[in-house]
Design a protein around this ligand. Structure first.
Ligand code: KG4
Ligand code: ZN
Length: 356
């Protein structure tokens, strides 16, 4: 085992990620990121959201150049690749299929192992990229466009869920409210930019704070919509011109409080001192600032991924694949896409699963 582990630890992994609207490829060698290329599909801006059919067609067009760019940027020849990894889910079925089929084909052509990776595992571990081992146990808050989940991660193969959103994901709420306020897609960055010149006390949007560690973001979205509908239609453009930034700042402040409240409770209740926040919404600087204040006040260590690993990327997939390969967990070529893959399996949900 020692010898093969050494051989594996020199592995160079090509990773692909095509679960949504970004075509991404990366090269990871010896657990280090050599390249990380993301091609974002700007066509979706015209539609105000991701159009699945447009996304999968674009992946087909971009996958080859993006992989080529990743190899070139890493200065790695294709024949030096020791394994090919790819996201198998969750995500859009048509988008996932493009990456997964391409990755399997490449693994077969090169005669190297193929590794399927759960996209959410990629996010979950991204704050600890570059570290030999995550500091288990840690509290993981994954806040992306499709997921909002709070977990206790005890080891690579041991975790349980404390809570998750009962309706919209946090990023989804940012995107939907941005659309209501007339900001471009994706909404999160647009709201963050607008909020910088706005007043967060302009409007007190309702902040759902459920018992336990669950989240709910659909109420605030409806509340922003009702507020805007209360303005005469003819006056709305002018109102948004004047108060769009105030509404963005007020919404963002409420979102951040709702995102961090269950996390604060979890730190106190579990006594766990390491916290990792990941996913696209962790790109929000105000969220990162508030999270670091919460953690500092409670004596917890906060880890957030570097900018290039916060939103969707393939390096985070390569890093998880690297761990999987080291522990012999490569995938059969029969592995299929799983559009609704989860972070935790049944029986790993809540404290009962841990004690029961
Ligand atoms: O993790 P990600 O890139 O893709 C998914 O797996 O969903 O997350 C994308 C989400 C989008 O909803 C986007 O609006 C949000 O992350 N996001 C942000 C920011 N940057 C991206 N939300 C708030 N503030 C940001 N700066
Ligand atoms: Zn993601």
């Amino acid at each position: 085992m020692g010898a093969s582990r050494n051989a594996f630890s020199r592995m160079t992994v090509l990773a692909l990620e095509t679960s949504c609207d970004d075509t991404a490829a990366a090269v990871v060698a010896e657990g280090r990121i050599l390249s990380n290329i993301v091609s974002s599909q700007l066509a979706h801006r015209d539609w105000g959201g991701v159009v699945p059919e447009v996304a999968s067609r674009a992946h087909q067009r971009y996958v080859v150049p993006v992989v080529r760019n990743a190899l070139e940027a890493a200065n790695v020849e294709v024949r030096a690749i020791d394994a090919v990894a790819c996201t198998y889910g969750p995500g859009l079925v048509g988008s996932l299929l493009v990456g997964l089929s391409f990755a399997k084909g490449m693994a077969v052509a090169l005669g190297v192992p193929f590794v399927g990776v759960n996209h959410l595992d990629g996010h979950l571990y991204s704050p600890y990229a570059g570290k030999a081992e995550p500091p288990f146990p840690f509290l993981a808050l994954v806040v992306s466009g499709g997921h909002t989940e709070l977990l206790v991660v005890e080891g690579w193969n041991s975790r349980y869920r404390l809570g998750r959103t009962r309706d919209d994901a946090a990023g989804e709420a940012f995107d939907k409210v941005a659309k209501i306020l007339g900001f471009p897609y994706p909404g999160g960055p647009a709201i963050e930019t607008a909020a910088r010149s706005g007043t967060r006390n302009y409007r007190a949007f309702p902040r759902a704070d459920l018992e336990g560690y669950d989240y709910s973001f659909s109420g605030i979205k409806t509340s922003v919509l009702y507020h805007l509908n209360s303005v005469e239609p003819a006056e709305r453009p002018d109102y948004l011109e004047r108060h769009g930034p105030d509404l963005a700042a007020s919404f963002q402040a409420a979102m951040i409080q709702m995102i961090l409240s269950p996390l604060r409770r979890a730190i106190i209740d579990t006594g766990i001192e390491n916290v990792a926040i990941s996913g696209g919404v962790s790109a929000n600087a105000e969220l990162r600032l508030s999270a670091s204040e919460v953690c500092r006040a409670l004596g917890a260590d906060l880890a957030i991924a570097p900018a290039e690993l916060r939103t969707d990327n393939a390096a985070m997939i390569g890093l998880v694949a690297y761990y999987l390969i080291q522990t012999g967990q490569t995938s059969p070529l029969s592995l299929n896409v799983d559009p609704s893959a989860q972070l935790v399996q049944q029986g790993q949900i809540g404290q009962d699963a841990k004690t029961g």
